[in-house]
Design a protein around this ligand. Structure first.
Ligand code: SAH
Length: 363
C-alpha cells in the first residue's frame, strides 16, 4: 500500500471505520495524493463525451443559448459548469455561441473545480475564449438574482456515495475498515442505520442502496436557484432511471477496472447516478424537471447528425479522410446504445413557467 493508503489505515486504526463517502473523499481529493488533486485523468484513465468530439459541447452551447432565448433573454446570465475536466466542453460551447452577441455580452462563466491540476488545464483551454471566467471550489448559487445556466457532464458520478446493504437486521452501512493484516477491507456496520430509507421494503435481501447525498443536495440547490432566478441546467452522466439495488461503485485506471481499496488515489472511483433521486431533489428545489432521456436520443434530436454532416462535408472538400473517419466514429460512440447512447442519460431543469427545453419535446 502506498502513502495515502497507509494514512487512511492509520486513521481507521485511531478512529474506527470510515463510511465509503469519507474514504472516497480522501481517495479522490486528498491534497497530497488524491486522484483528482494530483493528475489529469482525461485520456489516461477514461474518455468523456466532450473529449470524443467537439460536436458534444457545441450542441450543448446551442441548447443553453436557446433556453436563454426562450426565457426572454435575461440579463447577466451566469454560466456554471460543474467539474469541467480539461475545459473542452466549455470551449466548444462558447465557440458555438460566438455570434450570439446578446447572450455572450453580459455572460460570466464560473467553473466549479476541486482539482488544481485541472484548473490549470481549464485556464489554458479557455485562455482565448473571450468571456470572463472565474473558478470556485464548490457550487454556490448566486444571491444577486442572476439567472443560472448550468452544465455538469460526468460530475455527479464522481461525488462520494454511501452504501447500505439490506440484511435481516435492517439496512446496514458498508464501512471501510482493517482486516487482521491491517489492510483496507469492507465490513458491514453491526447495527442497522437508524435513519435508513423508508419505502425501500421491496428491496431484496442483500440489495445495495447507494446514496449520493452531496449530489442530491446540489441538485436541490440548482433547482431552487433556477425556480427563483430563471435559467436552465443539464445533468449528463451514466446511471439508471428507476431505483435499483445493485452495487455500481467502480475503480478505473488506464481504461480498465481496478480494485477500489488496494491503492487509494491511484484509480478513479465513481458510481452510477441515481437519476430518480437527483430528479426528485431538483423538483423539491422548485424547478420543472425533464428526463432522464438517453444521451443518444437527446443528441440526435438536437441535430447531431446534421452537425456531423457539415463537418464531414468540410472534411470531404479538403480530402481530409482522417477527420471524415473520426466524425463518423464519434457519432457512433456518442449515440450507439451499445456505447454511450443508452447508459448515459440527460436530465434538464428549467423554471416551471419556461417552455419545454430543446430535445425533451418527445418525453
Ligand atoms: N466534465 C468533464 C470532466 C469529467 S471528470 C468532461 O466531461 O470531460 C470529473 C470532473 O469533476 C473533474 O474535473 C474533477 O476534478 C471534478 N470534480 C470531481 N469531484 C469534484 C468535487 N467534489 N468538487 C469539484 N469538482 C469535482
Amino acid at each position: 500500500m502506498k502513502a495515502l493508503g497507509r494514512r487512511i489505515a492509520a486513521l481507521i486504526a485511531a478512529q474506527g471505520p470510515l463510511s465509503l463517502a469519507e474514504f472516497m473523499t480522501m481517495a479522490l481529493h486528498d491534497p497530497a495524493a488524491g486522484y483528482y488533486a494530483t493528475r489529469n485523468p482525461l485520456g489516461a484513465d477514461f474518455v468523456t463525451a466532450p473529449e470524443i468530439s467537439q460536436m458534444f459541447g457545441e450542441l450543448i452551447g446551442l441548447w443553453l443559448a436557446q433556453t436563454w432565448n426562450d426565457q426572454g433573454k435575461p440579463k447577466r446570465p451566469l454560466l456554471v459548469e460543474l467539474g469541467p475536466g480539461r475545459g473542452t466542453l466549455m470551449a466548444d460551447a462558447l465557440r458555438a455561441t460566438k455570434r450570439m452577441v446578446e447572450f455572450r455580452d453580459t455572460l460570466e462563466v464560473v467553473l466549479v473545480e476541486a482539482s488544481p491540476v485541472l484548473r490549470k488545464a481549464q485556464a489554458e483551454t479557455l485562455r482565448d475564449c473571450g468571456v470572463a471566467v472565474r473558478w470556485a471550489a464548490n457550487f454556490e448559487p448566486a444571491n444577486d438574482g442572476r439567472p443560472l445556466f448550468l452544465i455538469a457532464n460526468e460530475f455527479f458520478d464522481a461525488l462520494p456515495i454511501r452504501q447500505f446493504v439490506k440484511t435481516e437486521r435492517g439496512w446496514c452501512e458498508r464501512m471501510v475498515t482493517l482486516d487482521e493484516k491491517d489492510a483496507l477491507t469492507f465490513a458491514l456496520a453491526p447495527s442497522p442505520a437508524p435513519l435508513m430509507p423508508l419505502n425501500r421494503d421491496s428491496a431484496p435481501s442483500g440489495g445495495v442502496y447507494e446514496q449520493n447525498a452531496a449530489g442530491e443536495a446540489i441538485c436541490e440547490q440548482i433547482g431552487h436557484a433556477i425556480a427563483r432566478d430563471g435559467g436552465a441546467a443539464l445533468v449528463i452522466d451514466y446511471g439508471y432511471s428507476a431505483p435499483g439495488y445493485g452495487e455500481t461503485l467502480q475503480a478505473v485506471k488506464g481504461h480498465a477496472f481496478s480494485d477500489v481499496l488496494s491503492d487509494p488515489g491511484a484509480s478513479d472511483l465513481s458510481a452510477h447516478v441515481d437519476f430518480k433521486a437527483l430528479l426528485d431533489a431538483a423538483r423539491r428545489g422548485g424547478a420543472a424537471v425533464y428526463g432522464p432521456l438517453e444521451q443518444g436520443r437527446f443528441l440526435l434530436s438536437l441535430g447531431l447528425r446534421e452537425r456531423a454532416g457539415v463537418l464531414s462535408n468540410d472534411a470531404r472538400a479538403r480530402s481530409d479522410i482522417a477527420t471524415l473517419d473520426s466524425v463518423r466514429l464519434a457519432v457512433d460512440h456518442l449515440v450507439n446504445p451499445e456505447q454511450m447512447g443508452h447508459l448515459f442519460k440527460v436530465l434538464a431543469m428549467v423554471p416551471k413557467s419556461a417552455p419545454t427545453p430543446p430535445g425533451f419535446q418527445q418525453c
